[in-house]
Design a binder for this molecule. Structure first.
Ligand code: NAD
Length: 493
């Protein structure tokens, strides 16, 4: 039986238990049993973390000493490299990553993203020359200075915790901010390791702090409402994102939100490999728990029956090859929690009530163990107004919607409150035209990969605001200050 190391808080340069010594169990999605203990941060702990981050920002040279920052962030990266195996173990036993998925979305992609940040960091312009302009009879020179925003509260979800924690913490540190990382209660260990390795790397006290607790909202709400925190960088559900905007308004908090999605993949009738495009749309990787997954598959009405047969065959071939914790060939494990399993099942029941047809799956699978197993599920005969087509299920549930023509496909893709990602496959020019018209933060054309650490990622509409990764992802944590000074008489007009 696996036991993960105790997840400790990290406050003002010290790894610590919660005040009062409270802990909570870390639950394995594979067994439903405890795999470790995590400190249950109190309000006092969160307050201490905010105070430490504020002090480090206000009283040290962290925000201005770029050389020191980059050297420490590089050292930090090396320590994460040395801990690859442990990162993988955390992804498996906290987030329910299957072994065949660990070294893609969970560890490799996250660490690659970090390396990309180090490369794009050099492209950031810290001083911007805005040239000269006459005003009040004088010529004025103008200079923009890019400065770190200040104290960042980074609130993260459980689905790809390493990836999202790196996306925020590394960008904020490179920008010169100090950080309080607040991971989800399901994945405290993937947060705690940021504290442990920060201590080992020798970051100045207070520059990085990590707090978590059994209560999903306590620490996050304190960060959002505390005037000592300058910016909230949040990844999670749209509902919590809206609450953060509301609660942050009182202190005019800068908020940067990466939220949910219900992205559409459009397969055109002239897709070079129609069969592969449809078959690859099965929503099984990490049990469909990805914000950017294409959970609506749009296929032409003229080829709908063919698409159904392809999917039936693909799911049949995938079969029961999922859900074993020690099987390196498996890319799908359980969903993260009992709550999530029940939520996904309630959507499967709803789909049937709404009149959609189950092509495959639809069941919870206790035969796979005491963990939270939902089988790969696919609904056909779905219309875009059904709730299973509009709401984010965040599980292994694909909905397949027929469309008449290109205009209809674009309409269906856009008739969503979300706009995070999407895809279109077909002849290049036609697919490009469609990609330009879908209102979404990223769009894969013929399965092009638009998620990488050197390009921006984020949402339109209810999928959020701001961009993570790339130069833009670091600039989110900066502000521009303008300086201007007179340099001589202006020519009379
Ligand atoms: P969630 O919104 O329930 O929780 C996210 C984080 O917010 C957790 O740390 C949680 O403890 C904290 N939180 C909960 N209530 C809070 C409150 N009132 N104030 C402040 N913080 C609070 O989301 P989740 O279930 O952990 O993650 C799944 C969601 O995340 C999905 O909607 C998914 O689409 C989204 N997600 C988005 C992206 C993206 O980049 N757009 C990436 C990954 C996940």
């Amino acid at each position: 039986m696996t036991t993960l190391p105790d997840a400790k808080l990290y406050i003002d340069g010290k790894l610590c238990d919660a005040t009062g010594g409270g802990t909570f169990d870390v639950i394995s999605p594979w067994t439903g049993g405890s795999v470790g203990k995590a400190a249950d941060a109190t309000a006092e702990d969160v307050d201490a973390a905010i105070a430490a981050a504020r002090k480090a920002f206000d009283t040290t040279d962290w925000s201005t000493n770029t050389e020191k920052r980059v050297a420490l962030v590089k050292k930090y990266r090396e320590l994460f490299e040395k801990n690859r195996a442990r990162l993988g173990e955390l992804a498996v036993h906290e987030a329910g990553a299957a072994l065949g998925a660990v070294n893609r979305a969970h560890v490799d992609m996250a660490l690659d993203g970090w390396d990309d940040y180090m490369v794009v960091f050099d492209k950031i312009e810290w001083e911007l020359d805005y040239g000269e302009k006459p005003a009040f009879g004088m010529i004025h020179k103008r200079l923009g200075l890019r400065e770190a925003v200040g104290v960042v509260g980074a609130i993260t979800p459980w689905n790809v915790p390493l990836y999202v924690n790196i996306g925020k913490v590394v960008a904020a540190l490179l920008a010169g901010c100090t950080v309080i990382l607040k991971p989800a209660p399901d994945t405290p260990g993937m947060g705690a390791i940021f504290g442990e390795l920060a201590k080992e790397a020798g970051f100045p006290d207070g520059v990085i702090n990590v707090v978590f607790g059994a209560d999903p909202a306590l620490a996050g709400e304190m960060l959002v409402t505390d005037p000592r925190v300058d910016l909230i960088s949040f990844t999670g559900s749209t509902g919590v994102g809206k609450r953060i905007m509301e609660q942050g308004a009182a202190s005019l908090k800068r908020v940067f939100l990466e939220l949910g999605g219900k992205s559409a993949k459009i397969v055109l009738d002239d897709a070079p490999n129609f069969q592969m495009d449809v078959a690859m749309s099965m929503l099984v990787f990490h049990a469909g728990q990805g914000c950017a997954v294409h959970s609506r598959l749009l296929v032409p009405k003229s080829r709908y029956e063919e698409a159904k047969a392809i999917l039936k065959g693909a799911y049949g071939q995938f079969g029961d090859n999922w859900g074993e914790v020690d099987n390196p060939a498996h890319i799908m494990g359980p969903v993260v929690s009992k709550r999530q399993m029940e939520r996904v099942k309630s959507y499967i029941d709803l789909g049937q009530e709404e009149g959609a047809t189950l092509l495959v799956g639809g069941n919870i699978r206790p035969d796979k163990g005491n963990g939270f197993f939902v089988e790969p599920t696919c609904f056909v005969d779905v219309t875009n107004d059904m709730r299973i087509a509009q709401e984010e299920i965040f599980g292994p549930v694909l909905v397949v919607i027929p469309y008449e023509d290109d205009e209809d496909a674009i309409r269906i893709a856009n008739e969503s409150s979300y706009g995070l990602s999407g895809g279109v496959s077909g002849s290049h020019d036609r697919a490009m035209n469609i990609a330009r018209r879908v209102k979404t933060g990223s769009m894969s054309v013929n399965n092009g990969m638009c998620i990488a650490g050197d390009i921006p990622f984020g949402g339109f509409k209810a999928s959020g605001m701001g961009r993570e990764w790339g130069v833009e992802g670091i600039e989110e944590y900066t502000d521009i200050k303008m300086l201007a000074w007179p340099v001589g008489q202006a020519e009379p007009a």
